[in-house]
Design a protein around this ligand. Structure first.
Ligand code: BGC
Length: 257
């Protein structure tokens, strides 16, 4: 059966684990040749690649720190030189740091803003430059968060980065529409991934959160990947400039504890 992404090349940042890994698996399952980007854990990236290849998919691994512009340029260059194109970009790499506002350090602020916002900004710039020169269309999907819109006290830098991503997406949808490049955000709520390790291990935090979610459970990375795959596919050809929330209803039911 023909896959929705046959002949397409996708770069997914932070795809050695969590949502990024599920997105790479899903796009590869449907025919995409995927570039698995990682920063610190080559063994996880290699395991993600092997899993895709064993399932009959195609993937390569590339180390790139999204906070470094030379690295983001190289990541897109690798897709073009080794796989012949780069049609889909999923800006997934993300970090969060919690602290009382008065205790936030400059180092933590810079890390969160640089990974979540600067990384997506300049990687998208490299992605778009190549497509513009090749006169090809493309898809940008940012993994944002419900916190691009919803408050998350003690995670101010995370909220600022995701709010920035929301406006970046809206702006780029306008500017890149004429190039045939669509730009959308996927805004997950609470999803069981490594970014939530502390939450998952702390019932005092987890239980009230689950009570806030109308569907009564956390989401899975696979559920998020299904939405990303839709936005990356031809079925979403008329979709640009929007955020797609996937949160079990959390955003409609948020209460301060
Ligand atoms: C954050 C999680 C949080 C969830 C729901 C996500 O963006 O990464 O830490 O639990 O939003 O609040």
């Amino acid at each position: 059966m023909a896959g929705r992404f046959d002949g397409k090349v996708a770069v997914i940042t932070g795809s050695a684990s969590g949502i990024g890994q599920s997105v790479a698996e899903r796009l590869a399952q449907e025919g995409a040749n995927c570039v698995i980007d990682y920063n610190g854990h080559p063994e996880q990236a290699e395991a993600a690649r092997v899993k895709i290849v064993n399932a009959g998919g195609k993937a390569i691994v590339c180390q790139a720190d999204v906070t470094s512009i030379p690295d983001t340029t190289r990541l897109i260059d690798v897709a073009w030189s080794e796989l012949g194109s780069c049609d889909i970009l999923v800006n997934n790499a993300g970090v969060e740091k919690g602290a009382d506002f008065c205790d936030v350090t400059e180092a933590d602020y810079d890390l969160v803003m640089n990974v979540n916002l600067k990384g997506a900004f300049f990687l998208t710039q490299s992605f778009v430059r190549k497509l513009r020169d090749a006169k090809k269309p493309g898809r940008v999907i940012n993994i944002s968060s419900v916190h691009e819109d919803m408050v998350f006290p003690h995670f101010q830098s995370y909220c600022a980065s995701k709010g920035g991503m929301r406006m970046l997406m809206r702006d780029l949808a306008m500017e890149l529409g004429p190039l045939g490049i669509t730009v959308n955000n996927v805004a997950p709520g609470a999803v069981a991934t490594p970014i939530n390790k502390h939450l998952l291990e702390t019932p005092a935090l987890l239980d009230p959160l689950l009570r806030n979610i109308p569907l009564g459970r956390m989401g899975t990375p696979e559920e998020v990947a299904g939405l990303v795959a839709y936005l990356a596919s031809d079925e979403a050809s008329y979709v640009t400039g929007s955020t797609y929330v996937i949160d079990g209803g959390l955003m409609r039911n948020y209460k301060e504890q």
